[in-house]
Design a protein around this ligand. Structure first.
Ligand SMILES: Cc1cc2nc3c(=O)[nH]c(=O)nc-3n(C[C@H](O)[C@H](O)[C@H](O)COP(=O)(O)OP(=O)(O)OC[C@H]3O[C@@H](n4cnc5c(N)ncnc54)[C@H](O)[C@@H]3O)c2cc1C
Length: 431
């Protein structure tokens, strides 16, 4: 009999963990997911005619573990619309990485950029040089805004490049975001090479992207995925973990808690040895992400699938049609907290519409708008944040999720790496 392992949470971390465990061939895995749909914070949200995600997501070429995992469960790379790193604004500002080896891809991109003065170009090179000289280590960690000051960034570089990149990657505004984590992201994307900085926009919904193929892959190998099956408690008795889920308690050799941090605390409460951990999870702060989907009766003229926006709440606008979606469907993304949080959805939608109109001129008629607000989209990625490890003080009980210790902010890649690391822990304990 193979040891039974339970994974609590069917988000990207939990499923990455389950696939890694299953691949070893040494264990039998059961994934418990509270919701009806797999994917957690990266999932499809049903709308009768058009499947919408709970938020527009963007992946990049540097997501090596995620891309490898997708390939391993049979997902074709054509699920992504991929384009070279492009920061384009409706007023003509354009910074596009050249299809050249690093660091030429960036250097040539900066030289050819439109809307950047020579002072801006020098400032861009200065920040990368500054971080390289520090060997990408910002000690002591500080807000990204201070790093930009230290490296003498111009207003254009701040407003058109670094601030939108920071909030897109860390989901935390520059005045609060960790310069160290931002440096990690720049190191592994911008500075790593043309393919690492490539932008990957999913052409399928986020549940179809990985959770559904992963479930099929796991099912074919005799593992179990149980949706609509929330775990209400964990208890350790006679050397086994007993989970309160489904109709009854069931026993497992090891357990991976792969929920968001705000759900993990309740599951760990029964373990006195984890008091400090549950308190630190309880103290975690979060940042919201809001996506305003606008379905126009005909397609507004967007020259590329993803563009930056200024002068309003949204930072990025995606043309879903250019990434396999219906014609005329746009997704405006508002990452991180700010004044917009005080607005009602109706007022926010008006503000976003006005912002898009200012950018592109008169728009076609809107057929419908749907706003999806994720109040706790990600943990607030602040300087010096202490993040928990995968291993806990209870032997055989593990954590996985985008919030565990690692170089990246709360991202799909962070979640996948964490799931794989937890699986590594489970397997090494089995010897
Ligand atoms: C709107 C939005 C936009 C984002 N944009 C991007 C982006 O562009 N690029 C990017 O890389 N990342 C982005 N992210 C972040 C990314 O989605 C997350 O980092 C990642 O999905 C987290 O995965 P996870 O598995 O760690 O956690 P989760 O996705 O939260 O998964 C945890 C799962 O556990 C389940 N669960 C909780 N409690 C229980 C229980 N008691 N029993 C059973 N199951 C339980 C939940 O239902 C959930 O399915 C975005 C997030 C949001 C919300």
């Amino acid at each position: 009999m193979k040891p039974e392992i339970a994974v609590i949470g069917g988000g990207y971390a939990g499923l990455a963990c389950a696939v890694a465990l299953a691949r070893s061939g040494k264990v039998r895995v059961t994934v418990f997911e509270a919701g009806r749909v797999l994917g957690g914070r990266a999932r499809v949200v049903a709308r009768p005619d058009t499947p919408l995600d709970n938020g527009q997501h963007l992946l990049i070429g540097a997501y090596t573990q995620t891309l490898g995992l997708l390939r391993s469960v049979g997902v074709s790379p054509t699920v992504f619309e991929s384009l070279p790193l492009t920061l384009a604004y409706p007023d003509g500002f354009l910074l596009r990485a050249a299809r050249l080896p690093a660091p030429l891809h960036l250097a040539v991109g900066i030289l050819r950029a439109r809307g950047m003065s020579w002072a801006d170009r020098r400032a861009a090179a200065r920040l990368i040089r500054h971080l390289r000289r520090l060997d990408w280590t910002v000690a002591p960690d500080r807000p990204v805004a201070n790093l930009l000051l230290d490296a003498g960034q111009t207003p254009t570089m701040r407003e058109r490049v670094w601030e939108p990149l920071c909030v897109a990657a860390l989901n935390t505004p520059v005045r609060e975001a960790s310069a160290q984590v931002f440096a990690n992201v720049l190191r592994d994307s911008l500075a790593a090479g043309a393919s690492a900085s490539e932008l990957l926009i999913p052409r399928v919904d986020l549940s179809e992207l990985f959770p559904v193929p992963a479930t099929r892959w796991l099912g074919r190998r005799g593992h179990t995925i149980r949706t609509s099956d929330p775990i209400r408690g964990i208890r350790l008795e006679d050397g086994a973990f007993w989970l309160d889920g489904g109709p009854t308690w069931a026993g497992y050799h090891q357990v991976v808690v792969a929920t968001a941090p705000y759900h993990a605390g309740a599951l760990l409460e029964g373990f006195p040895a984890l008091g400090d951990l549950t308190r630190s999870l309880g103290a975690m702060a979060y940042q919201p992400t809001i996506t305003v989907y606008l379905q126009f009766e005909s397609a507004p003229p967007m020259p590329c699938p993803m563009m930056g926006l200024t002068g309003g709440p949204a930072q990025w606008l995606f043309d879903r049609h250019q990434a396999g979606g219906p014609a005329g469907l746009l997704a405006a993304v508002i990452s991180g907290g700010g004044d917009h949080e005080a607005l009602t959805h109706a007022d926010l939608e008006l503000a976003v519409q006005r912002q898009i109109e200012q950018a592109f001129g008169r728009l076609p008629k809107v057929a419908w708008i749907q706003t999806i607000a994720e109040k706790r989209a990600t943990f607030a990625c602040t300087p010096g944040l202490a993040r928990p490890a995968n291993v806990t003080a209870v032997d055989g009980l593990w954590l996985a999720g985008d919030y565990t210790r690692g170089p990246y902010p709360a991202t799909i890649e962070g979640a996948v790496r964490s799931g794989q690391a937890a699986a590594g822990g489970v397997l090494s304990r089995l010897g």
